[in-house]
Design a protein around this ligand. Structure first.
Ligand code: MF3
Ligand code: CO
Length: 267
């Protein structure tokens, strides 16, 4: 069952989404060589504590037993990296995944940033980041009422494959609203023209997870951290969007002016 949001609910999701986008931006601002992933988690917790009315924004802490306020996934870590003692180094790529609820509605967003800025990248990893970010952009730009959800999935996969990278298949985007994970699952692959049709009022987390090497992943013994099996770098970009009459509205806008600006490359 895919829930549809009323205009009043959409307004609440705009508030929650903006909050989670601001928090993601603030956490990205903490990234530099020498900082530990645990320090970013501590920063995120402190921000959450003082957010809004100080009561409702929860982060990912305690979600299904997850032990930190955000996910910090470095290099070969795809998703759900647990922040801790790891020291970030120039050239590392770091996916920060920030989600949480405010007054009853969730926002969920992720981006992958480069420690030390874009100059610290190798050509291959630069391509990985560009392709992953581009697949999110094309997917979000394609969204409108009446198309199939699988059209969006297909577009992500096509973009990734044409860019010489591979799509992680074990994890998907999802509906998001009163709960973090709602129907429908939003795979990043598949044939077009199948399954659910998009309707005005749906709210979705679109989140391509893309490997530079092969698609296979495995979960580490900590029960959370998902890594690429071949150990090659992996990237993840995510927006929460609403399906509106004329297309998608981004509810977690990292960049106010232009959501598709290349500023993410800078940090
Ligand atoms: N934002 C992540 C997602 O969409 C969830 C992070 S919370 C965790 O799945 F507990 F699952 F890590
Ligand atoms: Co998500």
């Amino acid at each position: 069952m895919i829930e549809l949001r009323s205009p009043a609910d959409l307004d609440k999701m705009r508030v929650a989404g903006r909050m989670m986008a601001d928090l993601l931006n603030a956490c990205c601002g903490q990234i530099r060589p020498g900082v530990t992933t645990g320090e970013i988690d501590a920063f995120c917790r402190e921000r959450l504590r003082t957010f809004g009315d100080g009561t409702a924004a929860s982060g990912s802490l305690g979600y299904m037993g997850y032990p930190a306020a955000l996910c910090v996934s470095v290099n070969e870590e795809v998703i759900h990296g647990i922040p801790g003692a790891r020291v970030l180094q120039r050239g590392d790529i770091v996916s920060l995944d920030v989600c949480g609820s405010y007054h009853g509605f969730f926002g969920d967003n992720t981006r992958t940033v480069v420690v030390g800025g874009a100059e610290a990248l190798t050509a291959d990893v630069r391509r990985l980041l560009r392709v992953t970010r581009r697949s999110l952009e094309l997917a979000v730009r394609a969204i409108r009422p009446g198309i199939h959800l699988s059209d969006v999935s297909h577009l992500v996969e096509k973009t990734v494959v044409e860019g010489g990278c591979s799509v992680v298949r074990e994890f998907t985007g999802h509906g998001v609203g009163r709960r973090l994970h709602e129907d429908p699952p939003v795979p990043n692959y598949g044939k077009p023209g199948r399954g659910a049709i998009l309707h005005e009022g749906m709210t979705l987390a679109i989140e391509p997870m893309v490997n530079l090497g092969k698609a296979a992943v495995r979960t580490l013994p900590d029960g959370w951290t998902v890594v690429s099996r071949d150990g090659l770098p992996t990237a993840h970009f995510e927006y929460t969007v609403a399906v509106l009459k004329d297309g998608a509205e981004i509810l977690t806008p990292w960049f106010e002016q232009d959501p598709w600006s290349d500023d993410w490359m800078a940090g």
